[in-house]
Ligand binder design. Structure first.
Ligand code: CNA
Length: 238
């Protein structure tokens, strides 16, 4: 482990165009459960698997159940960025890190102070009417008991990309541009199971591909450095 940390430190020292690509595992140390990790939502009891509930067709058919899950499992009041979020923000301030590409929807990178964040799956910190697209304060979807409605009658929804929905073209093309130009790509806290997001790492062309994840991922064999550990603990050492 120590040798790996030394190598990681050297790679960070020698890079000035770092991009971080992350997922739910980045926020577990803040107390937000991931989907597939050891304490993930797949291991918890709920009537449907999380990815069924967080899908477009389920949202349309069963908004009451969707909002119950959303408010109970996706929104956790009082969460704070952890060491990984804070270190990434610091690397950006130092001019070493150029962008974060995240699959997370929790807004914790911005809370930590990061500026260039591409949220592939949107954010629960924003909301809009699914019919007229009027923008609403996220509080109306994140709290309360009922399905929130717009003055036009449409359902107000979180500004997240549900399964079966397309990613935002501008967000994807910007993320690709940054990944393609990066001299170092750090992938962390993601099972790399969810496509098309996971496919974006294939645009990286450099020789400093680092993977930090608690469990194995399909990209371990391509990486120049693989660390199977908690990302907050790793980042506290660089
Ligand atoms: P995932 O499929 O749940 O995988 C998470 C990965 O992170 C697993 O391989 C874990 O082993 C690993 N992991 C968990 N904790 C740590 C840690 N402390 N340090 C290092 N590794 C850790 O999640 P993905 O992001 O890969 O899947 C994509 C989905 C999950 C996206 O659509 C997200 O929107 C969705 N999601 C997001 C959040 C969030 O915003 N915080 C929470 C839950 C799910």
């Amino acid at each position: 482990m120590d040798e790996k940390i030394v190598k990681l430190r050297e790679m960070v020292r020698d890079s000035d165009n770092i991009v971080f690509f992350g997922g739910a595992g980045v926020s577990t140390e803040s107390g937000i459960p991931d989907f597939r990790g050891v304490d993930g939502l797949y291991k918890q009891k709920w009537k449907y698997p999380p990815e069924t509930i967080v899908s477009h067709s389920f949202f349309e058919k069963n908004p009451e159940e969707y909002f119950r899950f959303h408010r109970e499992k996706l929104v956790i009041d009082g969460v704070k960025p952890n060491t990984a979020h804070l270190k990434l923000a610091e690397l950006e301030r130092q001019g070493k890190l150029k962008a974060i590409v995240t699959q997370n929807i929790d807004g914790l990178h911005q809370s930590a102070g990061s500026k260039t964040v591409f949220e592939l799956h949107g954010s629960i910190m924003r909301a809009y009417c699914s019919k007229c697209r009027k923008v609403y304060d996220a509080d109306v979807v994140n709290h309360g008991k009922n399905v929130p409605h717009c003055t036009c009658g449409g359902i107000i929804r979180p500004d997240i990309v549900l399964y079966e929905e397309a990613l935002d073209d501008d967000v994807v093309s910007s993320a690709i541009r940054y990944i393609r130009n990066a001299d170092m790509l750090i992938i962390g806290g993601t099972s790399l199971n969810v496509y098309p997001a996971a496919g974006l790492i294939n645009y990286y062309r450099g020789d400093r591909l680092v993977l930090i994840n608690r469990s194995e991922t399909p990209a371990d064999r391509y990486a120049d450095l693989v660390i199977h550990a908690k990302i907050g603990e790793v980042f506290s050492q660089i």
